[in-house]
Design a protein. Sequence first.
Length: 228
Amino acid sequence: MYRRSLEPQPLDALWLEAETEAFALKLVGLEVATETAPRGPPSLGEINDLDFYAIADNDDPAHTGSSTSSPESIEQYDENVRRSGAPRHVSGCRPRGAPGKTVIEKAYSQIDVTRVRAEMQLVVSQLQRENAELKKRLKASEALASQQKQQLHAKHNLKVAAKDRHVGQLKAQLDAESNAKAALLATVAALETDLADVRFEMRMMDKAYASERAAWVEKEQLLRSLNT
């Protein structure tokens, strides 16, 4: 009736085993006397009060020899037992010297062990479920962290690319301004050269005009002197 296997059993099977053993212990307790002190032989009145037909139906035929009993056979059996000095066993009463509470304690101990195994299996199952749930949460957290890391990396790349484009635009604008400034400086230099040429030409023209005027004035004075 009791299983001694140390292999892990399913939780339902362990609970069923515990309940079955508890029910079996109740049945055994109905047939086992609860008195710890040994009793003497029952009196004839006690024997006559027993339902021997029900006892004969429940007893083993190999021990009783018949499925029915009568007061005469009981008295003869009682007389034979007194003559032989052997202890007499009546159904419903435990024989003298037979183990009493020891069997019950062992049965209860086995039931306690089975229940403890069931409780341990329940705790292990609960821990396994919690472990699986924690692993699932950890996996989801790692996936979320990886996704957030990828998003952060993508945002960083976008910011870096935008800054690179802005720097490139600024460099292009600076290069354009530098080229424009160089062109302006070249234009200013050319204008300065042209201005110097114009000034030189103006000085030459002024000198030529002055010499021509002086020659004309001298010529006019000579003509006036000749006319007078």
